[in-house]
Design a binder for this molecule. Structure first.
Ligand code: BDR
Length: 317
């Protein structure tokens, strides 16, 4: 059984990632910690509960985390997935925030990892603020983790938020810097360009979303807006070749739950650029070993597409 903690900012791809994790019988989700990101924190909390409701898993503890970045005053409000972060298709019967745990996300993260030392895989699909605060609170936290999987950063300076920056890193560059510096556990990164290149073909999306189940109908409702945007998007065309939907966060999740999912990666020290008019928040890949960092991360390059599709299919059954 894999023990997961998921730190997210529930937009559409975070929701898909959670559904994939829930569908795996070998995964136990110890808790979900929420962070601002795709949408303000209050929406993230509501969206997370909505996803758990449709999966019949409101028993999974959900925690309120950071509502803004550590230092930066410039907010990069994500609205790619709609104003509410989940495709702007509200559910009048959505669960209320009284279902949230009383304990706050960062404290909960530290406690859950301590209680399950050596066993927890942490999957981070949001700005890394909660993780950065958690390691300040408990510097030994990374040592107690089994592994960390991150969706974020970029490898070719192709931004999706600024010219050179990927959203999760740009939304809180200092947090990303701290996490890449201090989390010395085995670390796997699904960067932006990699996710673009591995997007789900539209023909597969159509098949997936036409499955006859409540979960598939939910996924279809929440994804319609982002899929429409993705189909008409001009940006990243060169690398996505307009070929499909990029469920970026689900790559980090898939890698976390299946050790054979990644088929090719680069093992390299990574950091984050904190200055620069155009480059703040951009991931730094130290192929020349100039930073002399002992800790290297695995930056994903190729993954098993058939497994990925199968995980999606299971997630809507
Ligand atoms: C990341 O930013 C968000 O929009 C997505 O949920 C993903 O985590 C991609 O840059």
């Amino acid at each position: 059984m894999k023990k997961l903690i998921i730190d997210l900012d529930t937009g559409v791809d975070d929701a898909q990632a959670v559904m994939v994790a829930i569908a795996d019988p070998n995964v136990e989700i110890l808790g979900i910690t929420c962070c601002f990101g795709n949408t303000p924190l209050e929406n993230v909390l509501k969206n997370t509960l909505r996803v758990l409701k449709v999966c019949g898993r409101l028993d999974i503890p959900v925690y309120r985390g950071c509502s803004g970045p550590l230092l930066t005053s410039k907010r990069h409000a994500g609205d790619y997935h709609g104003k509410d972060g989940l495709g702007d298709v509200p559910d009048p019967d959505a669960p209320g925030l009284e279902l949230l745990q009383k304990r706050k996300a960062v404290q909960a993260l530290v406690k859950m990892v301590k209680q399950n030392a050596g066993e927890v895989t942490l999957v981070a699909t949001a700005p890394l603020t909660n993780l950065a605060v958690a390691v300040q609170l408990d510097p030994s936290l990374p040592k107690k983790l089994k592994a960390l999987y991150i969706m974020g950063g970029n490898t070719e300076s192709r931004g999706n938020t600024t010219i050179c920056g990927e959203f999760n890193f740009v939304a809180d560059p200092e947090a990303a810097y701290i996490v890449l510096d201090r989390y010395t556990c085995p670390t796997y990164i699904a960067p932006w360009e990699f996710s673009c290149r591995n997007s789900l073909p539209w023909s597969f999306c159509d098949k997936l979303l036409s499955y006859d189940s409540e979960k598939a109908r939910f996924m279809k409702n929440i994804s319609t807006l982002s899929m429409k945007k993705a189909k008409s998007a001009d940006y990243q065309k060169e690398i996505t070749e307009g070929k499909g939907f990029n469920s970026c966060d689900t790559y980090a999740m898939a890698a976390a739950i299946d050790d054979t999912f990644i088929t090719e990666s680069d093992e390299v020290a990574v950091s984050v650029e904190l200055e620069g008019t155009y480059t703040r928040g951009m991931m730094v890949l130290d192929y020349m070993d100039q930073l002399k960092k002992k800790h290297k991360a695995f930056v994903m390059k190729k993954v098993n597409h058939e497994k990925f599709k199968q995980m999606f299919i299971e997630s809507v059954k």
